[in-house]
Design a protein around this ligand. Structure first.
Ligand code: SAM
Ligand code: SF4
Length: 323
């Protein structure tokens, strides 16, 4: 469906939990957050019902995220349920990769179309400083398993900051030389803990990569709905991408809404606008769908992350929103 600003909304991100086994400095405080009670979190049946209503409004792509989605038991059941909904063409997952290697066979059997794996460093010490946990080996094993999984679309995501500046080219060398995949650099957003860190702009990240790898060549055919511009590197099969929500705002092409694990349908990353769908779960599907339609029609025109911080309405952090 079209929102109130004429944008086609066809992409739903579903956060299935606010829990996570890592504590990335830009996402969560060291002590973690007080997690929601299990009874406040949507069941898989409730998520599937909301997804069916969303599909009737024209949503055809779903991303399952978190917190860490693989931390929720039986996630493959949800994936296969989502895949069986009429109108849903693509179901993908964003994960920190720590449990991906062992869960991948079940996820693939459930019909998962693709996986985005977050990795900010290949070096254990840098990984530990950023995530405040050990385990880069597990993530690397998860990525290798995903790369070996036939038919699964794999993308890597990295948030560049001064903490992992020295790892950016290493990541590209490790994964892009022989694999036709992309490593996307996501500009740090001033949400939650993100506001306390020094951001690396797209230009700074690009300069850092080019100093080590040579010139990046823009790959034509930018798809505005994907929000990512891709670049090739001579001698490499893979590409790097830049998702720069702050410095290169892409709100005019925004196609997404977000379902939080407590049932709140959030219509803009920055603002708290949306609707608590839980209140409609006791009603009919028609009422639930109408509540979603109304929220989508009121989706804000754009974010103002680069403006004064007081304008940032959102009090949730990324592990609750789902990225
Ligand atoms: N736990 C999973 C993961 O890390 O991939 C999924 C949830 S996580 C919130 C989704 C994405 O958001 C990750 O790629 C993470 O790096 C990114 N992220 C978290 N906080 C961010 C921030 N302040 N600015 C930009 N990206 C952020
Ligand atoms: Fe966990 Fe993902 Fe947030 Fe890192 S970015 S703390 S892995 S939810």
């Amino acid at each position: 469906m079209l929102d109130g600003h004429g944008r086609e909304i066809d992409y739903l991100r579903i956060s299935v939990t606010d829990r996570c086994d890592l504590r990335c400095v830009y996402c969560m405080p060291e002590e973690g957050v007080s997690c929601m009670n299990h009874s406040d979190i949507l069941t898989y049946e409730e998520i599937l019902r909301i997804a069916r209503c969303a599909a009737s409004l024209g949503i055809h792509k779903i991303r399952v995220t978190g917190g860490e989605p693989l931390a929720r038991l039986g996630i493959e059941t949800l994936i296969s349920g989502l895949k069986s909904i009429d109108g849903i063409k693509t179901v993908v997952l964003t994960t920190n990769g720590t449990h991906l290697a062992e869960k991948l066979p079940a996820l693939k059997d459930a019909g998962l179309d693709g996986v985005n794996i977050s990795i900010d460093a290949v070096n254990e010490e840098v990984f530990r400083r950023i995530t405040r946990r050990e385990g880069v080996d597990k993530v690397l094993r998860g990525i290798d398993a995903a790369l070996a999984c036939e038919g699964l679309r794999v993308k890597l995501n990295c948030v560049p900051t001064r903490m992992n500046e020295g790892q950016l080219a290493l990541l590209a060398r490790r994964f892009l030389r022989d694999n036709d995949i992309s490593l996307r650099f996501i500009e740090l957003m001033p949400i939650g803990m993100g506001g306390a860190l020094e951001q690396m702009s797209e230009e700074q990240t690009r300069a850092c990569l080019e100093a080590e790898l040579g010139e990046l060549h823009e790959i034509p055919g930018y798809d505005p709905r994907e929000k990512c511009r891709y670049f090739g590197i001579d001698g490499y099969k893979g590409s790097v991408g830049f998702i720069s929500a702050v410095s290169h705002k892409f709100c005019s092409d925004c196609n997404r809404v977000r379902l939080m694990s407590d049932g709140y349908l959030k219509t803009c990353l920055q603002y708290d606008d949306g609707v608590a769908l839980r209140e409609y779960l006791s009603g009919t599907d028609a009422e639930l769908t109408q509540a979603m339609r109304n929220a989508i029609l009121s989706k804000p025109a754009c974010h103002h992350f680069s403006a004064e911080r007081e304008q940032n309405d959102e009090t949730r952090i990324m592990s609750q929103i789902g990225g």
